[in-house]
Design a binder for this molecule. Structure first.
Ligand SMILES: NC(=O)c1ccc[n+]([C@@H]2O[C@H](COP(=O)([O-])OP(=O)(O)OC[C@H]3O[C@@H](n4cnc5c(N)ncnc54)[C@H](O)[C@@H]3O)[C@@H](O)[C@H]2O)c1
Length: 310
C-alpha cells in the first residue's frame, strides 16, 4: 500500500458507506483523518454525531489517528471550520475527499423545488465549499514557497455521467461535479494540487433501496464499498502528482478512466447553416434519430455489470 504517513486527509460523509471505507483505507495507509459526517438520513434530514464517532473509534482501534467533524458540507462557513479543524488538530491538510451525498429521487414532472434544491446543494455546493477553502490553504502554502502536493478527490456517479431516469436533480449535480473537476484541476495545477473524481458503484443504503443488488457474493464481492478506496489511496500518493482532471468509473476491480464529452458527428459548413439544409442533413445523418443510451448501457461499456431497477 502507498505510504501516506505524515499526510492529513478529510473525508466528507465518512460515517457510512463509501466514505467510511475511504477513511479507513487512508488511515491504514498512514494518513491522519478528519471524519466528517452530518449523520443525516438518506434524504438529508436530521443530524447525528454517532456515525462519525464510530468511524473515528474504528480508526483508533486500527492504531490510526482521527477526529470527528459534524459540519454540513453545503454550509460555506461550516466547510471553512472543517478545513480549519484539520489544520488546527493536525497542522496541515493534504487530501480532501468530497464524498457526502443524499438522494431525493422523483420523476421530473413530480419533483418539488425542495427536492431539487436540497440535492443540488449537498452535492454541488458540498463539493464547492470544502474545495474552495482547502484551495486557499494550499495556495497560501505554495505562495510561501512550499512544494505542495494537494489532493482533491470528488464523487460523481454513473447517474451523472451516463444519465439515469428519476434522478434529474442528483444526476445534474453529479454531472456538475464532473465538470467542476475538469475546471478546478486546471486552476489548481499551478499550486501543486491534483483534482480527480470517482463515479463509484457499491452496495450502501443509497443503492440498496433503488436497485436489486443481491447480498454480498461468495469470494470477491464486487459491490463491497471498500473496492472504491484503493483508487483514493493511489491518487493520494506523491507518485500521482501528474494525474489530474480524470473521472474514473469504478465497479469491483474494473476502474475505467472515462472519456467525457468527445467530438461526435460533425455538421460542418463554411458559412452559417440554412435551417432547411440543416434539417435535411440531420434527418439524413441520423436516420434512426439520436437518443442517449442511458445509465445501464453506459455502465456496461465502462466495465460495470448491469443493475436492475426494483
Ligand atoms: N453507493 C453507490 O453505488 C454510489 C453510486 C454513485 C455515487 N455514489 C456517491 O457516493 C457518495 C457516498 O454514497 P454512499 O453510497 O456511501 O451513501 P451513504 O448514504 O451510505 O453515505 C453518505 C453519507 O453522507 C452523509 N451526509 C449527507 N449529507 C451530508 C452533509 N450535508 N454534510 C456532511 N455529511 C453528509 C450522510 O450522513 C452519510 O453518512 C455519495 O456522494 C453518493 O452520491 C454512490
Amino acid at each position: 500500500m502507498p505510504k501516506l504517513t505524515g499526510k492529513v486527509a478529510i473525508v466528507t460523509g465518512a460515517g457510512r458507506g463509501i466514505g467510511r471505507a475511504h477513511a479507513l483505507a487512508l488511515a491504514e495507509a498512514g494518513a491522519k483523518v478528519v471524519v466528517n459526517d452530518l449523520g443525516a438520513a438518506l434524504s438529508g434530514e436530521g443530524h447525528d454525531a454517532t456515525p462519525a464517532q464510530q468511524v473515528v473509534a474504528e480508526i483508533e482501534r486500527q492504531g490510526g489517528e482521527a477526529v470527528g467533524n459534524g459540519e454540513n458540507v453545503a454550509d460555506f462557513t461550516g466547510a471553512e471550520r472543517m478545513i480549519r479543524q484539520a489544520i488546527d488538530e493536525f497542522g496541515r491538510l493534504d487530501i480532501l475527499v468530497n464524498n457526502a451525498g443524499i438522494l431525493r429521487d422523483r420523476m421530473l414532472v413530480n419533483m418539488t423545488e425542495d427536492e431539487w434544491d436540497a440535492v443540488i446543494s449537498v452535492h454541488l455546493k458540498g463539493h464547492f465549499a470544502p474545495t474552495r477553502h482547502a484551495a486557499a490553504h494550499w495556495r497560501e502554502r505554495a505562495k510561501a514557497g512550499e512544494e505542495v502536493r494537494g489532493r482533491v478527490i470528488n464523487t460523481s456517479s454513473p447517474s451523472g455521467v451516463f444519465g439515469n431516469v428519476g434522478q434529474a436533480n442528483y444526476g445534474a449535480a453529479k454531472a456538475g461535479i464532473a465538470g467542476f473537476t475538469l475546471i478546478v484541476a486546471q486552476e489548481l495545477q499551478r499550486y501543486g494540487v491534483t483534482v480527480n473524481c470517482l463515479a463509484p458503484n457499491a452496495r450502501t443504503r443509497m443503492t440498496e433501496d433503488v436497485f436489486d443488488m443481491g447480498g454480498p457474493s461468495e469470494g470477491f464481492d464486487p459491490l463491497d464499498p471498500s473496492n472504491m478506496s484503493p483508487l483514493v489511496v493511489a491518487l493520494s500518493a506523491d507518485e500521482t502528482q501528474n494525474i489530474t482532471g480524470q473521472v474514473f468509473h469504478v465497479w469491483g476491480g474494473a476502474i475505467n478512466a472515462l472519456q467525457g464529452w468527445s467530438a461526435g458527428e460533425l455538421f460542418a459548413a463554411d458559412e452559417r447553416w440554412d435551417a432547411d439544409a440543416l434539417l435535411a442533413e440531420l434527418t439524413e445523418r441520423f436516420p434512426d434519430g439520436a437518443t442517449p443510451p442511458g445509465m445501464i448501457a453506459g455502465m456496461q461499456a465502462a466495465g460495470g455489470r448491469s443493475l436492475r431497477a426494483q
